[in-house]
Design a binder for this molecule. Structure first.
Ligand code: NAP
Ligand code: F7E
Length: 343
């Protein structure tokens, strides 16, 4: 029987890789997309097949996490076996500017979707995109049992989503899990997250199109992995018998400064010649260090990150350099990860 999945946030970085993964596994994939005045499907355009074609396996539906009745309708129409809730206002710095909107989508949006699942009465497995931002001020290493201490409106909204997911599991017996994912990046990463901002700047500086890039705090530490590997972990979380929560991470932390050094060196440049400070990129409260302990995922799911932060920096620089040279689109980098066995 063909399995059916619903992905919210399918137009985002993770949604696009997850859609690729599930299609490669033979799933029928349904994605929630927001109506916008310009197209917002660039990351998944390469997967699109006209729905009139009998071979079509990807179907897109307009909707929004702020619109609960639409979510109820979609759940009963699609009747998915698996729901992946990846949609969110996901930018930490922006959440300080738009705290209420962030609470509504990143927080309350989750309970709207969980209610739609519950009311549908369908035996759906539910994945919630939780975040290492939950740990915030608690020092590393961080794992599933580490105390949460959110440091932004984004993290506070994700904290609500984490607990409401757990509560629906305990209260209603839903198969609902939290994937507590540490930072994961790729050539498809949004352009205003620090890694992609850096790798795009490296490409532009190398091409002589700009001289400087302006950044905020470059002393913070993050555990950066490759997004294409992390969606495999999400899928594995929904394949085990009992629902549980898992952290996904590489286990290694780098400073933003380390990432800068590797990215600039990769094209023969010295980062110190090109990086300037701008206080507008500082956050009112910063998360100083996130380094995950992924041993539970390794033991129970057989999941392990294979790409480290340095490799990731080089891979992203290469994609942005080649995108600039060829006017290509960096998100069409259909991933070949032989180790996962889903070519
Ligand atoms: P992303 O690239 O920012 O994608 C976010 C997705 O959510 C986009 O498809 C966006 O649609 C959609 N969205 C935003 N608001 C929505 C709303 N109100 N209704 C419906 N859809 C909405 O994020 P990502 O990096 O792929 O991350 C996926 C999820 O994992 C997010 O929940 C994020 O918070 C979480 N997470 C990410 C990381 C990471 O390092 N990447 C780590 C931990 C957790 P548009 O394209 O229309 O804007
Ligand atoms: O910042 C510093 C910044 O915005 C990383 C999201 O996917 O991962 C992500 O959140 C670090 C921070 O990611 C700039 O202060 C310096 O210390 O790339 P980021 P994030 O805040 O870690 C978590 C796990 C999520 O869940 C989120 O959804 O870099 N930094 N200068 C900067 N950051 C940005 N964006 N821009 C700068 O100019």
């Amino acid at each position: 029987m063909t399995k059916r999945a619903l992905i919210t946030g399918i137009t985002g970085q993770d949604g696009s890789y997850l859609a690729e993964l599930l299609l490669s596994k033979g799933y029928e994939v349904h994605g929630l997309i927001r109506r916008a005045s310009t197209f917002n499907t660039a990351r998944i355009d390469h997967l699109y097949v006209d729905p009139h074609d009998p071979a079509a396996k990807l179907f897109l539906h307009y909707g929004d996490l702020s619109d609960g009745s639409r979510l109820v309708t979609l759940m009963s129409e699609i009747r998915p076996d698996e729901v992946y809730n990846l949609a969110a206002q996901s930018h930490v710095r922006v959440s300080f500017d738009e705290p209420e909107h962030t609470a509504d989508t990143t927080g309350t949006g989750t309970v709207r979707l969980l209610e739609a699942v519950r009311l549908s009465g369908i035996a759906t497995r539910f994945y919630q995109a939780s975040s290492s931002e939950l740990f915030g001020a608690t020092p590393p290493p961080q794992s599933e049992t580490t105390q949460f201490y959110p440091r932004s409106p984004y993290a506070a909204a994700k904290l609500y989503s984490y607990w409401i997911t757990k509560n629906y599991r305990e209260a209603y017996g839903l198969y609902a899990v939290n994937g507590i994912l540490f930072n994961h990046e790729s050539p498809r990463r949004g352009e205003t997250f620090v890694t992609r901002k850096i790798t795009r700047a490296v490409a532009a500086i190398k091409a002589g199109q700009q001289e400087h890039v302006y950044l905020g705090n470059i002393d913070s530490i993050r555990d950066w992995g490759y997004a294409a590997e992390y969606v495999e972990g999400m899928w594995r979380m929904l394949q085990v018998d009992e629902p549980d929560d898992y952290a996904l991470a590489t286990g290694v932390g780098l400073t933003v400064r380390d990432f800068l050094e590797t990215a600039f060196e990769h094209v023969g440049l010295n980062w110190e010649d090109h990086v300037r400070f701008d206080e507008r990129y500082l956050r009112p409260t910063e998360v100083d260090a996130l380094i995950g302990d992924p041993s539970k995922a390794a033991e129970k799911l057989g999941w392990k990150a294979t790409v480290d932060g340095h490799e990731l920096a080089k891979l992203m620089v290469d994609a942005d350099v080649s995108a600039l040279e060829n006017s290509g689109r960096p998100w069409i980098d259909t991933v070949k990860l032989a180790s996962w066995g889903h070519e």
